[in-house]
Ligand binder design. Structure first.
Ligand SMILES: Nc1ncnc2c1ncn2[C@@H]1O[C@H](COP(=O)(O)OP(=O)(O)OP(=O)(O)O)[C@@H](O)[C@H]1O
Length: 324
């Protein structure tokens, strides 16, 4: 059994219009996605803005009402509030947000911000609580003088590390990290990601790592799902996605990773243009008549792509993949 099993999850937002404010349509933010997260792994959920990643993340933490489908945590469906209560789910599953300035209360000192989940769930003595907060600050590489400061007195990278410390305070099993480093400079990104990895090793945490950037996800994730307009277009291991991408949408995301090596820039630009040309010429091959992704088809034990079966198998064999 996987730690988390997401099965045919749908989150549709009603659109109301007219004098009677009736529901006339819906935004299919998440439209039938299925994937599993194993204990101790980092699972990447990647797609452009608006593809439904945050809605998925919020559904897993229980912040979003699910339209249909299930989210099993240790085998229990946590889309039902009574199961969340029974399982101590709010303690076991935490979230790290992209924007640390607005997700950390500006009027509270760091000591109180990090202690908040402890106060909700652990009920420690004042001394034990302070000791625990100091340990957590230490884990994310911050000094004791941070205790009495406010969020605005820190850099973006430091604030994100405070967000990580707060998220791990209750020893969670799963952390939903929604674009945790997108707002940071490249050098600071690496620092925060390293802290997240260190904490994962120490505490055996699983991450659902949400990002629009396949470049960031590469060094973090064992398995990756690519999301496009509420559906999954490709699922695979890191090797499958980076070395044998099959869907044009995945190839476009890969081509969008900035090239840092100056000598490679011309070649990188040429391959990006080539991918864009394939996208323009062959879009209809990759999407159904409504412009939506097809259901996923398995092409190897670890790799699935959203294409008609014959095309999926043909592309996979061109890539030299073992067929399921
Ligand atoms: N509360 C809401 N009511 C109506 N539509 C919503 C709501 N929340 C999200 N949406 C819509 O659902 C779709 C998916 O949004 P979501 O925020 O999950 O995407 P995302 O991939 O996380 O993008 P971003 O990285 O920009 O947040 C978008 O079209 C968005 O406008």
């Amino acid at each position: 059994m996987s730690l988390v099993e997401i099965k045919d999850l749908k989150v549709h937002y009603p659109i109301r219009s007219g004098f009677w404010n009736r529901v006339t349509d819906s935004v299919k933010a998440v439209d039938g996605i299925t994937f599993n997260i194993e204990a101790g792994e980092t699972y990447g959920l990647v797609g452009e803005s608006g593809s439904g990643k945050s809605t998925t993340g919020k559904s897993v933490v229980g912040l979003e009402k699910v339209t249909s489908g299930s989210i099993l945590y240790n085998g229990k469906d946590i889309t039902k509030a009574e199961n969340r209560r029974k399982l101590d789910y709010n303690r076991d599953v935490q979230m790290i947000f992209q924007d640390s300035l607005s997700s950390l209360n500006p009027r509270k000192r760091i000591e109180d911000i990090i202690a908040e989940p402890l106060r909700n769930f652990e009920h420690l003595s004042k001394d034990d609580e302070k000791l625990r907060v100091l340990q957590l600050l230490n884990i994310v590489g911050l000094d004791a003088d941070a205790l009495y400061k406010y969020p605005h007195q820190f850099s973006g990278g430091q604030r994100q590390r405070i967000g990580v410390a707060r998220a791990v305070a209750t020893n969670p099993k799963l952390i939903i990290a929604d674009e945790p480093v997108s707002a940071l400079d490249l050098s600071v990104q690496a620092q925060v990601l390293n802290f997240m990895k260190k904490i994962q090793r120490e505490f055996g945490i699983s991450y659902l790592f949400i990002s629009h950037d396949l470049g960031v996800v590469r060094h973090m994730c064992n398995n990756i799902a690519i999301m496009n307009r509420g559906r999954l277009v490709e699922i695979g291991t890191r090797e499958d996605i980076y070395n044998h991408p099959l869907h044009i949408y995945t190839k476009r995301l890969l081509a969008a990773i900035p090239e840092t090596n100056v000598n490679q820039r011309a070649a990188h630009r040429a391959s990006r243009l080539a991918v864009e040309k394939i996208y323009e010429d062959q879009q209809s091959k990759y999407y159904d008549e409504d412009g939506m992704a097809y259901p996923l088809v398995q092409v190897s034990p670890t790799h699935s792509v959203a294409l008609p079966e014959n095309i999926a198998k043909q592309l996979a064999s061109q890539e030299g993949e073992v067929q399921a």
